[in-house]
Design a protein around this ligand. Structure first.
Ligand code: 13P
Length: 281
Protein backbone atom coordinates (compact mmCIF):
# COMPACT_ATOMS: atom_id res chain seq x y z
CA UNK A 1 0.00 0.00 0.00
CA UNK A 2 0.97 3.63 -0.33
CA UNK A 3 1.80 5.37 2.94
CA UNK A 4 -1.39 6.04 4.91
CA UNK A 5 -2.11 9.48 6.32
CA UNK A 6 -1.47 9.45 10.07
CA UNK A 7 -4.74 11.35 10.58
CA UNK A 8 -6.58 8.47 8.86
CA UNK A 9 -4.90 5.90 11.11
CA UNK A 10 -5.91 7.96 14.16
CA UNK A 11 -9.47 8.12 12.82
CA UNK A 12 -9.53 4.31 12.60
CA UNK A 13 -8.27 4.15 16.18
CA UNK A 14 -10.91 6.62 17.35
CA UNK A 15 -13.68 4.63 15.66
CA UNK A 16 -12.52 1.48 17.47
CA UNK A 17 -12.06 3.27 20.77
CA UNK A 18 -8.37 2.39 20.90
CA UNK A 19 -4.96 3.77 20.02
CA UNK A 20 -2.54 3.28 17.15
CA UNK A 21 1.03 2.64 18.26
CA UNK A 22 3.90 4.74 16.94
CA UNK A 23 7.48 3.50 17.25
CA UNK A 24 10.62 5.64 17.07
CA UNK A 25 13.01 4.10 14.54
CA UNK A 26 16.25 5.30 13.01
CA UNK A 27 17.28 2.65 10.51
CA UNK A 28 16.11 -0.15 8.27
CA UNK A 29 16.26 -2.91 10.89
CA UNK A 30 14.01 -0.99 13.28
CA UNK A 31 11.54 0.22 10.63
CA UNK A 32 11.46 -3.10 8.74
CA UNK A 33 10.67 -5.01 11.97
CA UNK A 34 7.74 -2.69 12.73
CA UNK A 35 6.28 -3.05 9.22
CA UNK A 36 6.80 -6.83 9.20
CA UNK A 37 5.00 -7.38 12.53
CA UNK A 38 2.21 -4.95 11.57
CA UNK A 39 1.64 -7.10 8.46
CA UNK A 40 1.76 -10.31 10.50
CA UNK A 41 -0.78 -9.00 13.03
CA UNK A 42 -2.81 -7.11 10.39
CA UNK A 43 -2.60 -3.89 12.38
CA UNK A 44 -1.97 -0.33 11.15
CA UNK A 45 1.17 1.20 12.67
CA UNK A 46 3.16 4.44 12.61
CA UNK A 47 6.92 4.73 12.13
CA UNK A 48 8.49 7.88 13.60
CA UNK A 49 11.88 9.54 13.26
CA UNK A 50 13.46 11.78 15.90
CA UNK A 51 14.90 14.73 13.96
CA UNK A 52 18.11 14.58 16.02
CA UNK A 53 18.70 11.04 14.74
CA UNK A 54 18.95 12.58 11.31
CA UNK A 55 20.59 15.98 11.78
CA UNK A 56 22.83 15.33 14.79
CA UNK A 57 23.57 11.62 14.94
CA UNK A 58 23.68 11.02 11.20
CA UNK A 59 21.77 7.72 11.45
CA UNK A 60 19.87 8.50 8.24
CA UNK A 61 18.76 11.47 6.19
CA UNK A 62 15.22 12.79 5.89
CA UNK A 63 14.47 11.91 2.27
CA UNK A 64 16.27 8.57 2.52
CA UNK A 65 14.29 7.60 5.62
CA UNK A 66 11.00 8.72 4.04
CA UNK A 67 11.75 6.76 0.84
CA UNK A 68 12.68 3.67 2.87
CA UNK A 69 9.43 3.74 4.87
CA UNK A 70 7.44 4.39 1.68
CA UNK A 71 9.00 1.27 0.14
CA UNK A 72 8.31 -0.78 3.28
CA UNK A 73 4.69 0.37 3.20
CA UNK A 74 4.36 -0.69 -0.46
CA UNK A 75 5.25 -4.25 0.44
CA UNK A 76 2.52 -4.74 3.05
CA UNK A 77 -1.27 -4.74 3.02
CA UNK A 78 -1.76 -2.85 6.30
CA UNK A 79 -1.71 0.96 6.62
CA UNK A 80 1.72 2.32 7.58
CA UNK A 81 2.08 5.95 8.67
CA UNK A 82 5.29 8.01 8.69
CA UNK A 83 5.78 10.83 11.18
CA UNK A 84 8.53 13.27 12.18
CA UNK A 85 8.57 13.29 15.97
CA UNK A 86 9.40 16.22 18.33
CA UNK A 87 10.66 19.20 16.35
CA UNK A 88 10.69 22.84 17.39
CA UNK A 89 12.23 24.24 14.23
CA UNK A 90 9.80 25.59 11.62
CA UNK A 91 12.31 25.35 8.75
CA UNK A 92 13.31 21.79 9.60
CA UNK A 93 9.66 20.73 9.76
CA UNK A 94 9.02 22.18 6.32
CA UNK A 95 12.17 20.50 5.05
CA UNK A 96 10.85 17.17 6.35
CA UNK A 97 7.46 17.69 4.71
CA UNK A 98 9.16 18.46 1.40
CA UNK A 99 11.40 15.41 1.87
CA UNK A 100 8.33 13.16 2.04
CA UNK A 101 7.11 13.16 5.66
CA UNK A 102 3.29 13.28 5.47
CA UNK A 103 3.00 13.94 9.22
CA UNK A 104 5.06 16.09 11.59
CA UNK A 105 5.09 17.18 15.20
CA UNK A 106 5.69 20.76 16.22
CA UNK A 107 6.74 20.80 19.88
CA UNK A 108 6.17 24.19 21.50
CA UNK A 109 5.41 22.66 24.87
CA UNK A 110 8.16 24.60 26.67
CA UNK A 111 6.69 27.94 25.56
CA UNK A 112 3.82 29.92 27.06
CA UNK A 113 0.41 28.77 25.83
CA UNK A 114 0.06 31.91 23.70
CA UNK A 115 3.46 31.45 22.03
CA UNK A 116 2.76 27.74 21.59
CA UNK A 117 -0.54 28.60 19.86
CA UNK A 118 1.08 31.19 17.57
CA UNK A 119 3.96 28.91 16.50
CA UNK A 120 1.83 25.79 16.20
CA UNK A 121 -0.67 27.60 13.99
CA UNK A 122 2.14 28.84 11.74
CA UNK A 123 3.44 25.27 11.35
CA UNK A 124 -0.06 23.84 10.87
CA UNK A 125 -0.93 26.38 8.16
CA UNK A 126 2.32 25.72 6.29
CA UNK A 127 2.26 21.92 6.64
CA UNK A 128 -1.44 21.69 5.74
CA UNK A 129 -0.73 23.63 2.54
CA UNK A 130 1.54 20.69 1.61
CA UNK A 131 -1.13 18.16 2.65
CA UNK A 132 0.74 17.05 5.79
CA UNK A 133 -0.76 16.34 9.21
CA UNK A 134 0.42 18.16 12.32
CA UNK A 135 0.68 16.99 15.92
CA UNK A 136 1.30 19.53 18.68
CA UNK A 137 1.94 19.30 22.42
CA UNK A 138 0.03 21.13 25.14
CA UNK A 139 1.37 20.94 28.66
CA UNK A 140 4.83 19.39 28.72
CA UNK A 141 5.82 15.73 28.78
CA UNK A 142 9.22 15.90 30.47
CA UNK A 143 11.88 13.35 31.37
CA UNK A 144 11.45 10.21 33.46
CA UNK A 145 15.05 10.53 34.70
CA UNK A 146 13.95 13.75 36.44
CA UNK A 147 10.63 12.21 37.57
CA UNK A 148 8.82 14.91 35.56
CA UNK A 149 5.77 12.64 35.31
CA UNK A 150 4.88 13.81 38.85
CA UNK A 151 5.01 17.50 37.97
CA UNK A 152 1.37 18.51 37.81
CA UNK A 153 2.42 22.05 36.94
CA UNK A 154 3.47 20.61 33.55
CA UNK A 155 0.21 18.71 32.99
CA UNK A 156 -2.23 19.69 30.24
CA UNK A 157 -5.00 21.97 31.52
CA UNK A 158 -8.35 20.77 30.17
CA UNK A 159 -9.75 24.32 30.15
CA UNK A 160 -6.99 25.43 27.73
CA UNK A 161 -7.16 22.40 25.44
CA UNK A 162 -10.26 23.41 23.47
CA UNK A 163 -8.92 26.91 22.72
CA UNK A 164 -5.54 25.43 21.73
CA UNK A 165 -7.04 22.94 19.27
CA UNK A 166 -9.50 25.43 17.79
CA UNK A 167 -6.96 28.20 17.29
CA UNK A 168 -4.14 26.05 15.91
CA UNK A 169 -6.16 23.67 13.71
CA UNK A 170 -3.87 20.74 14.55
CA UNK A 171 -4.74 17.16 13.63
CA UNK A 172 -3.70 15.67 16.98
CA UNK A 173 -2.42 16.91 20.31
CA UNK A 174 -0.01 15.28 22.76
CA UNK A 175 -1.12 15.65 26.36
CA UNK A 176 0.77 15.62 29.65
CA UNK A 177 -1.15 13.39 32.06
CA UNK A 178 1.58 11.70 34.10
CA UNK A 179 3.93 10.16 31.55
CA UNK A 180 7.52 11.15 30.76
CA UNK A 181 10.21 10.24 28.23
CA UNK A 182 12.86 7.67 29.03
CA UNK A 183 13.30 5.11 31.81
CA UNK A 184 10.97 5.64 34.78
CA UNK A 185 12.57 5.52 38.22
CA UNK A 186 9.23 4.39 39.62
CA UNK A 187 6.03 3.13 37.97
CA UNK A 188 4.07 6.04 36.47
CA UNK A 189 0.44 6.64 37.33
CA UNK A 190 -1.57 8.30 34.58
CA UNK A 191 -4.08 10.97 35.61
CA UNK A 192 -7.06 9.35 33.87
CA UNK A 193 -9.61 11.79 35.33
CA UNK A 194 -7.69 14.62 33.70
CA UNK A 195 -7.64 12.64 30.46
CA UNK A 196 -11.45 12.33 30.66
CA UNK A 197 -11.75 16.09 31.11
CA UNK A 198 -9.45 16.83 28.17
CA UNK A 199 -11.25 14.28 26.00
CA UNK A 200 -14.57 15.86 26.92
CA UNK A 201 -13.26 19.31 26.00
CA UNK A 202 -11.76 18.53 22.57
CA UNK A 203 -12.64 16.57 19.44
CA UNK A 204 -9.01 16.42 18.27
CA UNK A 205 -7.34 12.98 18.66
CA UNK A 206 -5.10 12.79 21.74
CA UNK A 207 -1.54 11.44 21.83
CA UNK A 208 0.33 9.84 24.73
CA UNK A 209 4.11 10.25 24.78
CA UNK A 210 6.64 8.55 27.05
CA UNK A 211 5.17 5.12 26.34
CA UNK A 212 8.03 2.91 27.56
CA UNK A 213 7.32 1.38 30.95
CA UNK A 214 3.66 2.37 31.41
CA UNK A 215 1.78 -0.69 32.72
CA UNK A 216 -0.65 -2.27 30.24
CA UNK A 217 -3.72 -1.90 32.48
CA UNK A 218 -3.20 1.87 32.52
CA UNK A 219 -2.66 1.93 28.77
CA UNK A 220 -5.87 0.01 28.16
CA UNK A 221 -7.74 2.59 30.22
CA UNK A 222 -6.04 5.51 28.48
CA UNK A 223 -6.84 4.04 25.04
CA UNK A 224 -10.51 3.66 25.98
CA UNK A 225 -10.61 7.18 27.35
CA UNK A 226 -9.39 9.14 24.34
CA UNK A 227 -5.78 8.32 23.49
CA UNK A 228 -5.58 7.52 19.76
CA UNK A 229 -1.80 7.60 19.24
CA UNK A 230 0.72 6.08 21.63
CA UNK A 231 4.46 6.77 21.25
CA UNK A 232 7.13 4.25 22.18
CA UNK A 233 10.86 4.93 21.86
CA UNK A 234 13.17 4.07 24.75
CA UNK A 235 12.08 0.44 25.16
CA UNK A 236 12.52 -0.24 21.48
CA UNK A 237 15.92 1.43 21.22
CA UNK A 238 17.15 -0.33 24.35
CA UNK A 239 16.15 -3.71 23.00
CA UNK A 240 17.86 -2.88 19.71
CA UNK A 241 21.17 -2.05 21.35
CA UNK A 242 20.93 -4.91 23.87
CA UNK A 243 20.35 -7.35 21.00
CA UNK A 244 23.44 -6.09 19.17
CA UNK A 245 25.49 -6.46 22.35
CA UNK A 246 24.14 -9.96 22.89
CA UNK A 247 24.97 -10.98 19.32
CA UNK A 248 28.51 -9.64 19.64
CA UNK A 249 29.03 -11.46 22.93
CA UNK A 250 27.85 -14.70 21.35
CA UNK A 251 29.66 -14.33 18.00
CA UNK A 252 33.13 -12.89 18.27
CA UNK A 253 34.31 -13.84 14.78
CA UNK A 254 34.07 -11.47 11.80
CA UNK A 255 32.23 -13.72 9.30
CA UNK A 256 29.09 -14.01 11.37
CA UNK A 257 28.64 -10.22 11.52
CA UNK A 258 26.55 -10.52 8.35
CA UNK A 259 23.99 -12.37 10.44
CA UNK A 260 23.61 -9.43 12.83
CA UNK A 261 20.63 -7.65 11.17
CA UNK A 262 18.45 -10.76 11.05
CA UNK A 263 19.40 -11.73 14.60
CA UNK A 264 18.36 -8.28 15.86
CA UNK A 265 15.21 -8.22 13.71
CA UNK A 266 14.01 -11.48 15.29
CA UNK A 267 14.51 -10.00 18.78
CA UNK A 268 12.69 -6.80 17.82
CA UNK A 269 9.84 -8.72 16.21
CA UNK A 270 9.32 -10.85 19.31
CA UNK A 271 8.94 -7.66 21.38
CA UNK A 272 6.69 -5.97 18.79
CA UNK A 273 4.35 -8.99 18.58
CA UNK A 274 3.58 -8.53 22.27
CA UNK A 275 3.59 -4.70 22.36
CA UNK A 276 1.29 -4.25 19.36
CA UNK A 277 -1.36 -6.43 20.96
CA UNK A 278 -2.22 -3.57 23.34
CA UNK A 279 -3.80 -1.78 20.39
CA UNK A 280 -7.23 -3.10 19.45
CA UNK A 281 -6.83 -1.81 15.89
P1 13P B 1 9.72 6.85 25.37
O1 13P B 1 11.08 6.98 24.76
O2 13P B 1 9.70 7.17 26.81
O3 13P B 1 9.07 5.54 25.05
O4 13P B 1 8.82 7.98 24.68
C1 13P B 1 8.74 8.01 23.29
C2 13P B 1 8.05 9.24 22.83
O5 13P B 1 7.19 9.77 23.49
C3 13P B 1 8.44 9.76 21.52
O6 13P B 1 7.78 10.93 21.20
Amino acid sequence: MALEKVSNILKMAEERNTSAIAFNCNDYTMAYSVAAVAEELKKPVIIMLYPADSFQKNCCNLSGFAAMVRELAKKVKVPIGLHLDHCSDFDYILKAVKAGFPSVMYDGSMLSVEENITNTKRVADAAHAWGADVEAELGHVGFAAQSDQHREDLYTRPEVAAKFCEETGVDSVAVAIGSAHGVYLETPKLDLERLDEINEAVKTPLVLHGGSGIPNDQLEQAFKRGINKFNVGTEYFQLYYDSIREFCNQNGDRGSVLDLPMYVQEKLKAYLRVKMQISKL
